[in-house]
Design a protein around this ligand. Structure first.
Ligand code: AMP
Length: 477
């Protein structure tokens, strides 16, 4: 979900969604579904249920476990519920932008939540405002609700179809009405949305790890451009958008999704492990140990170690409790930087030639600090291996990235990057190698962040006011 406040235009949110229809424990399951997908957004969370009479809403800032108490789940009664976790990178992260949104309109109650980014939200919002719409938030999700409300179609499905045909971007929506749970995906299926079954009822989530926690079976991914309409009586599939063509976000495999999730038929852990093997083939180097940058560097480092025969060692230890309890220190003591989260185990590293494996280099700040730390711990050589191609372009479809000119790979050659970071050697997996490892063709993916080939036009869009560094790096997994 994106902030469409003109002052903060261009900020992208990374989110997770969950929904269930016709289950006596609907809000409890939704709570668990969000809990499993906490990595997709730690800034705010919300659940909306329908109790047969009214929509009940609980939204708050912070982590799922802090927002929802037992009494809240009890109050969120009913057999239908949707929920959302949000990670916003803009200043506009207040309660008014927490999802799901719920409304009363001419056709009854409706609630919605969203993962992704509607690239033409600003244009649509201006048009809607000129025609009298009043927005409660600065979120792009609200644009869809207004378009739905203005539609003259007789059915929710028809209204959604008409409204969604006006949206451009990468998005997965969940919609709850008084008797339906609806899930839909953009025509390129850029953001994930999976369908599962539990005790004979349908559930929808961003990632399959949510199904594992609640004991649901993964049935399939919602198709690009598809709308699934779930009623008590069963599920109907509708073709929502013309010319569907899968371009799933490859960065979900590289970094964003949980390794135990399977998306579009590919298990995230296996994809990352395979990329590590590929990296070892493409950029071998003699060394004493392979060290992952935890957590997202762990599977590729394991693949690298296995393929190269160089032992894997946990030379960097992560503090898992940093984040929400972090009190920002005064400038005078701020220089410990990355050490808040990671510490080099000097006893392991001293005098050793190490291969550090991380998932991506964005601004280059993290890598530089980690290399500095490993050097200070006594490593004799540091070889950095990255399990994605160089990130040269901003994402406009829902992954937080700074503007192009802040991306180190956009400003420097590989050799320049290597010396700026302070490593003895630096290598990225190739674009071809990435897809060989994932075992899927490049043509079914969006990798605009690496290639600059944007499947949905982004003319006129640019990133402004990039998120602060601390926030950007605060949720490595
Ligand atoms: P940087 O210091 O800007 O080069 O950040 C690179 C680090 O940020 C890598 O270790 C990644 O694991 C992590 N990272 C990559 N993409 C994202 C993202 N969209 N949000 C937060 N962290 C990210």
């Amino acid at each position: 979900m994106t902030n469409c406040d003109t002052a903060n235009d261009g900020f992208h949110d990374e989110c997770g969604v969950f929904g269930v229809l016709d289950h006596p424990e609907a809000s409890n399951l939704t709570y668990l579904g969000l809990y499993a997908q906490q990595h997709r957004g730690q800034e705010s969370a919300g659940i909306v249920s329908y109790d047969g009479d009214q929509f009940i809403n609980r939204r708050g800032m912070g982590m799922v476990a802090d927002i929802f108490q037992k009494k809240d789940i009890k109050r969120l009664s009913g057999r239908l519920a949707i929920g959302h976790v949000r990670y916003s990178t803009s200043g506009e992260s207040g309660l008014r932008n927490c999802q799901p949104f719920s409304y009363e309109y001419a056709h009854g109650g409706i609630a919605m939540c969203h993962n992704g980014n509607i690239v033409n939200a600003r244009v649509l919002r201006r048009e809607l405002e000129e025609n009298g719409s009043i927005f409660q938030s600065t979120s792009d999700t609200e644009v869809l609700i207004h378009l739905v409300a203005k539609s003259s179609s007789d059915t929710t499905e028809g209204r959604l179809k008409e409204a969604v045909s006006r949206l451009e971007g990468g998005f997965s929506f969940l919609v709850l009405t008084e008797d339906k749970l609806i899930g839909l995906r953009d025509r390129n299926g850029i953001r994930p949305l999976v369908l599962g079954q539990l005790d004979g009822v349908w559930v929808l989530a961003s990632e399959t790890c949510a199904f594992d926690l609640i004991g649901a079976n993964y049935v399939r991914d919602v198709e690009p451009g598809e709308m699934v309409v779930i009623r008590k009586t069963g599920l109907e599939s509708h073709k929502l958008l013309d010319n569907p063509s899968l371009r799933f976000c490859v960065f979900e495999y590289v970094y964003f999704s949980r390794p135990d999730s399977t998306l579009e038929g590919v298990n995230v852990y296996q994809a990352r492990y395979g990329i590590g093997e590929q990296l070892a083939d493409e950029s071998p180097i003699d060394a004493d140990m392979v060290i992952p940058v935890p957590d997202s560097g762990v599977p590729p480092a394991m693949g690298f170690a296995a393929r190269s025969g160089i032992p894997l060692q946990m030379g960097l230890i992560r503090n898992h409790y940093v984040g929400r309890t972090f009190i920002e220190p005064r400038q005078s003591i701020r220089n410990f930087g990355v050490k808040l989260k990671l510490n080099a185990n000097a006893a392991m590293i001293r005098g050793k030639r190490v291969i550090l494996v991380d998932d991506s280099i964005v601004r280059g700040t993290t890598s530089r600090k980690i290399v500095e730390m490993v050097r200070a711990a006594g490593a004799s050589e540091i070889h950095l291996r990255i399990s994605s191609p160089p990130t040269r372009h901003s994402c406009f479809y829902g992954i937080d990235t700074p503007s192009d000119n802040e991306l180190i790979a956009n400003r420097m050659t590989q050799d320049e990057m290597c010396s700026a970071i302070g490593a003895d050697s630096l290598a990225f997996v190739s674009r071809d190698g990435l897809y060989r490892a994932i075992k899927r063709p490049c043509s079914v993916h969006c990798d605009a962040c690496f290639s600059g080939e944007y499947p949905v036009p982004i003319e006129g869009l640019e990133r402004k006011n990039p998120p602060s560094l601390l926030r950007f790096n605060s949720k490595k997994r």
